[in-house]
Design a protein around this ligand. Structure first.
Ligand code: FAD
Length: 368
C-alpha cells in the first residue's frame, strides 16, 4: 500500500514546525496531528483585541547562536524586547538577575567591592546537601530569604531543605548595573506573537487538530513512511517503566480596563504566602499602546496524568526511567522521538531549533 504522506508529525510545537519547514524544502509531504485545537504547542498566542497573550507561559526568544537568530528572522520579524523581570517581596521591588541594582536595593552598596564584601560576609559553608544550604553558600541569607526561598518553595511545592541542591547548580551574580536577564547577544519577541512564525513553518502541510495520535496509533502511523513523535515518551510506551514526573502550571488570565497595570512585562512574587509566582503583562512584550491590558497570574501546580506537563523533574530516578524509554526508542524503525517531551528535558526554543535542524537532516537522508 502506498503511503499518502512521507512524514507524520505528531505535535505542532516548535520542534515539529522546524521539521516541517525543512522537509517541505526537500519536497516531502507532511501530515500534522495535534491534540489541542490550535497549532504552536507552548508558543501559542491568543489574540485578545490586539494583545498577543502567551497562553502557555511567557516566551522570550534568546540565543547565542547567530545561525539560529538568522533562521528565525527569516521566518518572521522580531522586535527589540529585552527581558528585565522584577521581583516583588512584601512592598519592595528588586531587580533581577542579581546584579549591582539588586545589591543597592538590598544593602545600599554602591561599588562592586562593597557588594562583594557584603556577599562574602553572608555566604555559609554547606553542611547538608539541600537547596537551602546550596543557595546560602552561593548568595547568603539576605538574597536567599528575600528572592529565592519563597519563590522556589512555591515552584516545587516543597520546603527548600527537602529539595535537592542540583536544582540550582549556579546562581548568576553580576557585579555590573545590568538588568538584562539573559547573557545572549540575540533577543526579542516576534512582532505579532509566535503564531505567524509557526504558521509560516507549517504552510503547505495538512493539519488535523483535536486529534490524539495515541487514540489510534496504528491507523495514523499507516498514513506515512516515518513518524516524528513530540508527545510524552512514557505515554507512547504506555508507561511500562512507570510515569516520568513533571511540575505543572495553572494560569489565571484577567483583562483590565487600564492602559498599564504593572509597568513591566514580568513581576515575580517571591513571598511564600502569595500563591502565584509571577504576573505577566502581555502587551509589554510588544510595547502595546491599547487602552486596556491583559495580565496572567502563574500558579505552580502538582502534575497528574492527563494534566499539561510543563517542567520535567529530572531527579536521578526519573532520569534513569527516561533512559529505559530512550533505549526502547532507539529500536524503532519508523518512529523518531523529539521535542522537550520526547527528550524529557527543559529546552529553550533556540536549543529546540538546533536539535530539530539536526534531526531533520537525518530524517531527510532516509528519503534520499
Ligand atoms: P511543545 O511546545 O510542548 O509541543 C508539543 C505538541 O505536541 C503540543 O502542542 C502537544 O499538544 C502535542 N502533542 C503531545 N502529544 C500528542 C499526541 N499524542 N497527539 C497529538 N499531539 C500531541 N523557551 C525559551 O527559549 N524562552 C522562554 O522564555 C521560554 N519560556 C518558557 C516558559 C514555560 C512556562 C515553559 C514550560 C517553557 C518555556 N520555554 C521557553 C521552552 C519552550 O516552551 C520550548 O522550547 C518549546 O515549546 C518546545 O517545543 P516542542 O515542540 O518540543 O514542545
Amino acid at each position: 500500500m502506498l503511503n499518502r504522506y512521507d512524514l507524520l508529525l505528531v505535535g505542532s510545537g516548535l520542534f515539529n514546525s522546524i521539521i516541517a519547514r525543512e522537509a517541505k524544502h526537500k519536497g516531502l509531504k507532511c501530515l500534522v496531528l495535534e491534540k489541542r485545537d490550535n497549532i504552536g504547542g507552548n508558543l501559542y498566542c491568543e489574540d485578545v483585541e490586539g494583545i498577543h497573550v502567551h497562553k502557555y507561559g511567557p516566551h522570550i526568544f534568546h540565543t547565542k547562536e547567530k545561525r539560529i537568530w538568522d533562521y528565525v528572522n527569516n521566518l518572521t520579524s522580531f522586535n527589540h524586547f529585552i527581558y528585565t523581570p522584577l521581583a516583588r517581596y512584601k512592598d519592595k521591588l528588586y531587580n533581577l538577575p542579581f546584579n549591582m541594582n539588586t545589591f543597592y536595593q538590598l544593602w545600599g552598596t554602591i561599588t562592586p567591592a562593597e557588594a562583594m564584601i557584603k556577599l562574602k560576609e553572608q555566604q555559609i559553608e554547606m553542611k547538608n546537601d539541600n537547596l537551602e544550604e546550596k543557595a546560602l553558600s552561593l548568595v547568603g541569607k539576605d538574597i536567599y530569604e528575600t528572592l529565592i526561598k519563597g519563590y522556589t518553595e512555591k515552584q516545587w511545592g516543597k520546603s527548600a531543605t527537602e529539595l535537592p541542591s542540583f536544582i540550582i547548580q549556579r546562581l548568576p551574580i553580576r557585579f555590573r548595573y545590568d538588568n538584562n536577564y539573559f547573557n545572549d547577544p540575540y533577543q526579542g519577541i516576534p512582532v505579532g506573537g509566535y503564531n505567524p512564525l509557526i504558521e509560516q513553518c507549517f504552510k503547505g502541510c495538512d493539519i488535523q487538530l483535536s486529534t490524539d495520535f495515541l487514540h489510534d496509533r496504528d491507523y495514523f502511523a499507516k498514513q506515512a513512511d516515518k513518524v516524528v513523535f513530540t508527545g510524552m515518551i512514557d505515554a507512547y510506551y504506555e508507561y511500562i517503566y512507570g510515569a516520568l514526573e513533571y511540575r505543572s502550571l495553572r494560569f489565571e488570565e484577567e483583562r483590565l480596563e487600564t492602559e498599564n497595570y504593572q509597568g513591566n512585562a514580568a513581576v515575580n512574587y517571591t513571598q511564600r504566602e502569595i500563591p502565584y509566582t509571577r504576573i505577566i503583562e502581555h502587551k509589554l512584550f510588544e510595547f502595546g499602546t491599547q487602552p486596556h491590558t491583559v495580565i496572567t497570574r502563574e500558579y505552580p501546580a502538582v502534575w497528574e496524568k492527563g494534566q499539561e506537563p510543563f517542567y520535567p523533574v529530572n531527579t536521578a530516578i526519573n532520569n534513569k526511567r527516561y533512559e529505559q524509554y530512550r533505549l526502547l526508542s532507539e529500536k524503532e524503525k519508523k518512529v523518531i522521538f523529539g521535542g522537550r517531551l520526547g527528550y524529557y528535558k527543559y529546552l529553550d526554543m533556540d536549543q529546540i531549533i538546533a536539535l530539530a535542524l539536526d534531526a531533520s537532516k537525518e530524517i531527510i537522508n532516509c528519503f534520499n
